[in-house]
Write a protein that binds this ligand. Structure first.
Ligand code: FES
Ligand SMILES: [Fe+2]
Length: 378
């Protein structure tokens, strides 16, 4: 069993994540969220994911597809063109590509150039999200979607409201933020934090495996933060829980809630008719080294008791995320000045260090697999 201090010593500085000369390497053979389902229509939807230009659209039967957003003729984004049938036509000279990325029309000539195809990405739609596989299509496996992070988005006993945000910071800074509970006592004092957070910051149960980190924290018999009072109407002290579940590369399901103090919540007796029971769902997709797409949602089991609670919790958390955005973008600006500047760790950073280590190991494994010589038969 590693001590907290051992874990902290293992962590690499922020700059050490830049393990490929000339740019950051992202984990590629995994699913990322490309968009919320309701964002993808028949018309082209342009986005940049992992530094790659991508266009998404729905085919006639409603199936979403994702293609490289760059015409191979003169590199105009295909998203400036039009979707006809199951194909997209370039706005500049009309080259046309089907959902597999094959060129099906080349203007003013009969023969389609052999090199005219573009990259197509495996895409699936699950739990109100459109997922994309940015790595080797042959390895795309739907079982690798982090279902346990997102499955309350369309569960009949839960209700959710979510949002897409664009952050001018590395996805890694947002990942640090989502494993860091201490900042609630400083950044979120008017919403989801209060002094009880700092007093309990180092009381945590930390579990980790090759592909998960779980951090459980309890604040027993403490005043509820302002946002909990606003959303759920607590009148006295509460037993509050905060469980953070990480899945690589960049998924977090926070199991959050509070119950009137002394009603047995720490022993597992949680009654949704009296307690606030929430999942805060977070899916982060790198856009570039220093920007990211953030798909988040608040899901709760209290909507039957109070139909307006989903909206109320969403409003509180949105305000909190706006507070986070301000700090994270300031942090990125300072990091950009000197990405190699040193960084120290506090004891409370142990979960974030574990998350960084898992992601780094997965990227290193992927790089090692790519550099292995192919066998003669392949
Ligand atoms: S740039 Fe697309 S067809 Fe010419
Ligand atoms: Fe925060």
């Amino acid at each position: 069993m590693q001590s907290e201090q051992d874990v902290i010593k293992q962590v690499a500085p922020y700059s050490a994540h830049r393990i490929v000369p000339g740019g950051e390497r992202f984990l590629k053979n995994c699913w990322y969220v490309a968009a919320w389902s309701n964002e993808i229509e028949r018309k082209p939807f342009p986005t940049t994911l992992l530094n790659e230009p991508v266009v998404l659209f729905r085919q006639e039967d409603g199936t979403p597809v994702a293609l490289e957003d760059r015409c191979p003729h003169r590199r105009v984004p295909l998203s400036a063109g039009t979707v006809t049938g199951d194909a997209i036509k370039c706005a500049y000279h009309g080259m046309t590509f089907n959902g597999k990325g094959s060129c099906i029309y080349a203007p003013a000539q009969e023969k389609i150039p052999a090199a005219a195809n573009i990259k197509s990405y495996p895409v699936v739609e699950r739990h109100t999200l459109v997922w994309i596989w940015m790595g080797d299509p042959a390895l795309a496996d739907e079982k690798a979607i982090p279902y346990d992070v997102v499955d309350t988005l369309d569960h009949p006993e839960w209700r959710h409201k979510g949002q897409r945000r664009h952050l001018k910071c590395s996805y890694r800074l947002l990942m640090d933020n989502l494993t860091d509970m201490l900042h609630l006592a400083y950044v979120h004092t008017s919403t989801i934090g209060n002094p009880a957070i700092e007093a309990n910051a180092n009381k945590m149960k930390l579990d980790r495996g090759d592909n998960f980190v779980r951090v459980e924290r309890w604040m027993v018999d403490q005043p509820p933060p302002p946002g909990f009072v606003a959303a759920a109407g607590f009148t006295g002290n509460v037993d509050r829980w905060h469980v953070s579940n990480y899945r690589p590369p960049s998924y977090f399901r926070l199991d959050l809630g509070a119950a009137p103090a002394g009603t047995g919540a720490p022993e597992g007796k949680i009654d949704p008719s009296k307690a606030l029971v929430r999942h805060n769902i977070n899916c982060i997709t790198p856009e570039t080294e220093t920007t990211c797409h953030y798909f988040w949602a608040e899901s709760n089991r209290n909507w039957q008791r109070d139909p307006s609670i989903t909206e109320k919790i969403y409003d509180v958390v949105l305000e909190a995320f706006e507070e986070d955005t301000e700090i994270l973008e300031l942090q990125q600006r300072t990091i950009n000045i000197n990405p190699n500047a040193r960084e120290v760790h506090l004891a409370v950073d142990a979960p974030g260090v574990q998350v960084r280590n898992i992601l780094r190991r997965r990227i290193e494994e992927e790089l090692a697999a790519e550099s292995r010589p192919q066998s003669a038969s392949t």
